[in-house]
Design a protein around this ligand. Sequence first.
Ligand code: FEO
Ligand code: CA
Ligand code: CA
Length: 651
Amino acid sequence: MSQFEQRDELNNPRTQVPEFTQMVEQGLSRRRFLGGAAALGAAAFFSLSPVSRALAAAGNSPLLGFKAVPTSTADRFIVPEGYRAERLISWGDPLFSDVAEFINGGGNSATEQASQFGDNNDGMSLFMVDDNTAILAVNNEYTNYELLFPPLAPPPAAEGDQQETTTPVRQLTADDVKKAQAAHGVSVLTLKQQADGWRFVKDGRYNRRIDANTPMFISGPAKGHALLKTKADPKGERVLGTFNNCANGMTPWGTYLTCEENVNGYFGTGEQVEISPALARYGVGAIDAGYQWHRFDERFDLSKEPNEANRFGWVVEIDPKDPASTPVKRTALGRFKHENAELVVNKDGHVVVYLGDDERGEHLYRFVSEGKYNPDDMAANRELLDNGTLYVAKFYDGATGGIKGKGEWLELTFGKHGLTAENGFNSQAEVLIHARLAATQVGATTMDRPEWVAAHPTEPMVFCTLTNNKNRGTNDQQPVGGPNPRADNHYGQILRWVPASGSHSAREFDWDLFVLAGNPTVHQDSLYAGSDNLNADNMFNSPDGICFDRGGRLWIQTDGNYSNEGDFAGQGNNQMLCADPKTGELRRFLTGPVACEITGMAFTPDQKTLFVGVQHPGEELAPSHFPLGGDSTPRSSVMMITRIDGGVIGA
Ligand code: FEO
Ligand code: CA
Ligand code: CA
């Protein structure tokens, strides 16, 4: 999440519990929530029965073999006893030997940044080349101007103005904007296994930077549509760059999926322009999020290129093994604020991609490919993501109460469910470019900010983090209920569903909540204390990154309120936990440094090395000098975790 939205979140201290929430709490007690979860028939294998609950409470999960770490407010990356954490790479480290090293205090040039590891690493995937060579593709979501550029004194306060400015205001230059654009995108890294573990290889043959100016193709149903045409690209088929690359996915045919999230924040204008309702739905307006790119780069000025914003908000496919390849924006997966792209090959051979749209009151999506995956011909799979059907989720409450129920996937196909010209949709391209509007048209459920989706490696069972939603319960579009059971939800929850007949392409599913985050040391017996698998020793807020390892452990990363005060007292810095999806047990695995978010993870195939991302330590000039200490500039970093005894991570 960008610092701008983070600030918005932090400025939202929870106030009074509204009256309707109290009603919910009375009518739907914490105990009842758990009873409901246990009664979910289709999920019986995983459901949290009283026996499982007892096991979870006793810490007897056969999957979790490490000793929990306590919460922390230290400026350190802390892993369990018996584990070792090392820094793999940090923002600004050069990818090539002819590029300058990182300079503290924002001293590097735009040209240097373009060949250095990007800023604010997020989702990542590991691709094996051979037993001792791998490629780590890492998203670089955004950048923090207060760290990217040399600090300047705050502007002099106007007479009588008592307001303090904590973040220096700086007049940007065109070169500054180029540097910011180069700090975004994706970094592709060559790794080699050495005697002492995996290491990044400077000048490695796969090393590559992809940023906000890298040429890309547009493909799929929206390619060439009038809404994607610009002065520089009158055919609507090519675009420069990708940015706000949040989380990720990987395909079984060896490509990386990078997901464009809060792209609206990069567009603006100093002119008077009329913003279409469609652009407004995506948050695009005259005022940008502070990046100021439109002042120096015309394509980000809405008065000059009104369609450029339609060319972002997509999933981009990258071939990490070919540094000369051109990334492709796959429009069949829809345009929204993408979080990750969780791809599963269904038992019928169709490729299914689960996709969250991370915004308050937006939706959860699923793509099902028209073609089938061919494990014997990798090249034949390369266009699978161009043809298929996009769906959006609708949830129904269970008839007997409890936070569980049924759900269905609603097709987003031109001509169906009111996706017609009279409702503003003239083609499948428009349905995809305006996927949010299409989702509203078909009656999709508004969600508490869907972040990552993770599918269990062997069972037909899928999880999605719903990170928080301060707007829940404040308007008719975001009513309390279903998988979003709390008004003013600042803790978040993890949703789970089981597709009908165990098929990811089925229309229906059963859902429940795997965990309701909360704070049982502040709230008693209420929805805000959290579900019973949460306690004083493993509590957290704002689940975000989630991923399964091959052993079926569910890893959970947080991007939450790290104030350690009030409703968040005792929760400390952002963290990563591990859960047993069968027993519901949750155990804290690591804690991050000051003002960071933990996001992004990848395992080696032997499960003995885990790469984890530390994003924006020291944002907004919080007191961090992670990872190098002293008075160094805090830097987002990829950390590498191993067990001292060489064992499997988490076991
Ligand atoms: Fe980039 Fe929704 O997190
Ligand atoms: Ca995220
Ligand atoms: Ca988040």
